[in-house]
Design a protein around this ligand. Structure first.
Ligand SMILES: Cc1ncc(COP(=O)(O)O)c(C=O)c1O
Length: 379
């Protein structure tokens, strides 16, 4: 028999789609860049393993990597040092360690709806209550600060923000970042800012929350930045007292992050991340995806300002799992919008971490499916 929390937590909708996919399917479901890590990073990993970096390291990460990461945040807060940085075994682990370190049972946490699949379940796993705030298409998938204010109660402990966002691709404008910081300050909330898509932007930079308040935890990852999702390596940036507490929990979750992966990613931080070639290609695909989606009758789409997802809405009276299922039966993997929360209903997440020919073929099939939908039933 397992614990109640284990019975209650669900398998992510993203994983379910993957596991049901036929071989050779066109994959517009991927949440990872279809690129390889930069050559110097690959070489550094091989050399690290051959040169004996195969053992436990410090729980908070190698000092030289923490220092290099801290340097990247000094433009936002010149006092940022290695003590502010905890190297984690991915953003997923960083988010879980943050939830364990911050939330008591019964605490409330404001989470985006639609939003990345871990925020709500991780809050629940530690006994906290996720309180969704809305990111509807009608507002360009941006939060309404008056709504956030109305959701704050005496139990609210934190607000989770994610810009650029998965699944919507929305980027918070600086003015909204300012207002969210002011709201968090007024109510003494911690801001958990998931910035894993920082740098994957199309209409100008995304404003970071770092340096805006003492109660900020930045969650980052090398997964998207270096196209190294399988290496499971990321980091947290927090105030020094909070970093000490986060490190205690992080130690109990995984002892220390992978030593060779740390040596390798360190070699990647001398160049801009993500690399310009990957960014140029994502920008071309973004134009293509938006154009093709907007050409499908019954489909609307806010152009994503960042990340590599479009989040189109369709007007057929079908659940997003039915539309994604009908596409899967035609050999195209997408992710049903409601895997990301109730406001993902009538949406699909289309990842453009796929080649342009795959995007063209996949969206042509989506277009055919749209044309065949009659009286609200998938043909
Ligand atoms: C918004 C967001 N946060 C965190 C993660 C997890 O990243 P990692 O591979 O570092 O666990 C993802 C992965 O898709 C994501 O989209």
């Amino acid at each position: 028999m397992v614990a109640a929390r284990t019975r209650e937590v669900e398998i992510s909708g993203i994983r379910k789609m993957f596991e049901a996919a036929p071989p050779g399917a066109i994959n517009l479901g991927l949440g990872e860049p279809d690129f390889e890590p930069p050559p110097r990073v690959l070489t550094a990993l091989c050399e690290a393993v051959r040169n004996g970096h195969n053992h436990y390291g410090p729980s908070a990460g190698l000092p030289e990597l923490r220092e290099k990461i801290a340097e990247r945040y000094r433009d936002r807060d010149p006092s940022t040092g290695r003590e502010n940085v905890i190297v984690t075994g991915s953003a997923s682990e960083g988010l879980m360690a943050t939830a364990l370190a911050l939330y008591d049972p019964g605490d409330e946490v404001l989470v985006p709806n639609p939003g990345f699949v871990l925020y709500g379940p991780q809050a629940r796993l530690v006994g906290a209550v996720p309180v969704p705030y809305s990111l509807p298409e009608s507002r360009g998938h941006l939060p309404d600060v008056a709504e956030l204010e109305s959701l704050v109660s005496s139990r609210t402990r934190a607000i989770v923000v994610n810009s650029p966002a998965n699944p919507t691709g929305a980027v918070l404008p600086k003015s909204l970042v300012d207002r969210i910081v002011a709201l968090a300050d007024r109510h003494e909330l911690t801001i958990v800012s998931d910035e894993v898509y920082e740098g994957i932007v199309y209409d100008g930079p995304a404003a970071s929350f770092w340096g805006r308040s003492d109660r900020v935890v930045v969650v980052q990852s090398f997964s998207k930045m270096l196209a190294a999702t399988g290496w499971r390596i990321g980091y947290l940036v927090a105030s020094r007292p909070l970093a000490v507490e986060l490190n205690k929990i992080h130690y109990h979750v995984m002892a220390c992050p992978s030593t060779p992966a740390q040596v390798a990613v360190l070699a990647g931080l001398d160049a801009p991340t993500p690399g310009p070639a990957m960014l140029r290609e994502f920008a071309r695909r973004r134009e293509l995806v938006v154009k093709l989606l907007r050409g499908i009758p019954g489909v609307s789409c806010v152009p994503p300002a960042g990340a590599f997802y479009a989040f189109p809405r369709y007007s057929w009276p079908l659940a997003s799992g039915e539309v994604a299922g009908a596409l899967l039966a035609r050999g195209v993997i997408t992710t049903p919008g409601d895997a990301f929360g109730s406001l993902g209903a009538s949406h699909l997440r289309i990842s453009f971490a796929a080649s342009r020919p795959s995007i063209r073929r996949g969206l042509a099939i989506f277009r055919e499916l749209g044309a065949s939908l009659d009286g609200g039933r998938a043909a």
